[in-house]
Design a protein around this ligand. Structure first.
Ligand code: PLP
Length: 429
């Protein structure tokens, strides 16, 4: 694998961009080496500046569920472009996308489009605080909800990768309003709610964690959260920025049959362009401006190109058997990985929900941030580079989920498993 051009570009990038990147995990800090400079993406493949081609499991960190640059989405954006790039005013496409979201997520009675997942969670929490008149929130160790000040507490993903669980620049007064519970541990939530009676505005959770690697909810965990929050008069916010339209058309809330009060979306609903959204029960969302006193706005919110990419993506996802096909691919990959690990005698845990998956170098099941942190990151680092050499691109961190798209072919999955087998043999030697 050649990397001279990426290396040169990275050196140049470092002279102009902070750390050479515009989002920290892209910097390969936890795996070492030079980040790939991607020049083109198509279907299940990404191509870099050195002419290398990879089967991609990063999927632009989630949005690329149809595969990269799906012709339907590209065409829709191209058509939309002819009408102009930004209106800063109401447009029919916003209604269309809102309808598509509502059909898949009945709990989202009213929605507001924003430009990123960070904006979605930040605004949902503001709405929850405005509605309940309470200030504190509960989040879970290892869950990432974007980079709003008070959410950068035990935030998994990039923060865990870089070993900075709490960010500098966040006043302790802000962080003190964020209480941290353990994922898959209802007792830890119950305790916080009891200790902070009538003070908790909301519990926010990734219903399937994707930012400590993929960690599914234990049976009864999400139901328990729903019961506990209802009894305490706190709101339940599902951060489905990653899981929305990923683990099922209706997200984790459809898969596990739980109705949260508020839902945050992003990634897939923008079809590769910058979009986020938050929405939920009408009476809560009616608190948001212009209907209510909770202020939230956006120059580019509801951008016509982003809306059209989202509409085209969701239209594809509504087609028959889409999620069955994703499940089939996921199950094939999971079975293959397990089989190889067992043949190679490597202790590996494979976690998967539909087309979202992770493998962990661990003897024990990974069910929480604590257990994810115990995994062997050195082995991951070694395997990451071996997989790259074999033409497989996974996220450059042991704390990220992998994503399979509809464009991943049998040949892609076979190649992945062969690479994995070769890599694991080396890692263990
Ligand atoms: N919430 C979750 C669950 C995420 O995975 C992410 C990003 O990865 C975010 C929120 C933040 O989204 P964005 O990066 O679009 O701000």
């Amino acid at each position: 694998m050649k990397s001279d051009t990426s290396q040169k570009l990275f050196e140049e990038a470092c002279r102009y961009l902070v750390g050479g990147v515009n989002s920290p995990v892209r910097a390969f800090k936890s795996v070492g080496g030079t980040p790939l400079f991607i020049t083109r993406v198509r279907g299940s493949h990404v191509y870099d500046a050195d002419g290398n081609e990879f089967v991609d499991y990063v999927g632009s960190w989630g949005p690329a569920i149809l595969g990269h640059a799906s012709p339907e989405v590209v065409r829709a954006v191209y058509e939309a472009m002819k009408d102009g790039l930004s209106f800063g005013a109401s447009t029919v496409r916003e209604i269309e996308l809102a309808k598509l979201v509502r059909q898949a997520f009945p709990s989202v009675e009213l929605i507001r489009f924003v430009n990123s997942g960070t904006e979605a969670t930040m605004s949902a929490i503001r709405a929850a605080r405005g509605f309940t008149g309470r200030n504190k929130i509960v989040k879970f160790d290892g869950c990432y909800h974007g980079h709003a000040d008070y959410l950068l507490v035990k935030a998994g993903s990039g923060a865990a990768t870089l070993g900075v669980p709490d960010s500098a620049g966040v006043p302790s007064e802000f962080a003190s309003l964020t209480l941290v519970a353990r994922f898959n541990d209802l007792e830890s939530v119950k305790k916080l709610l009891e200790q902070n009676k009538d003070q908790i505005a909301a519990v926010i959770v990734e219903p399937v964690v994707g930012n400590m690697g993929c960690i599914p909810p234990a049976s009864g965990f999400l139901e328990g959260l729903s019961d506990l929050t209802r009894k305490e008069g706190a709101l339940l916010i599902f951060d489905e920025v990653m899981t929305g339209f990923r683990v099922a058309l209706g997200g984790a809330q459809a898969l596990y049959k739980i109705q949260p009060d508020l839902t945050c979306l992003g990634k897939i609903i923008g079809g590769g362009l910058p979009v986020g959204a938050y929405g939920g029960r009408k009476e809560i969302m009616e608190k948001v401006a212009p209907l209510g006193p909770v202020y939230q706005a956006g120059t580019l919110s509801g951008n016509p190109l982003a809306m059209s990419a989202g509409i085209a993506t969701l239209a594809e996802l509504k087609k028959e058997k889409v999620y069955a096909r994703l499940e089939e691919k996921g199950s094939f990959l999971e079975g293959g990985l397990r089989g190889i690990a067992s043949r190679c005698g490597v202790p590996i845990q494979v976690n998967r929900v539909g087309s979202m998956f992770s493998f962990f170098f661990s003897h024990d099941p990974v069910t929480s941030a604590d257990s994810a942190r115990k995994c062997d990151a050195k082995r991951f680092k070694k395997l990451f580079h071996l997989l790259l050499e074999e033409g497989i691109y996974i996220a450059p961190s042991p704390f990220e989920a992998g994503f399979i798209s509809l464009a991943h072919s049998e040949a892609d999955l076979d190649l992945t498993l062969r690479a994995f087998e070769k890599g694991l043999t080396h890692v263990m030697s």
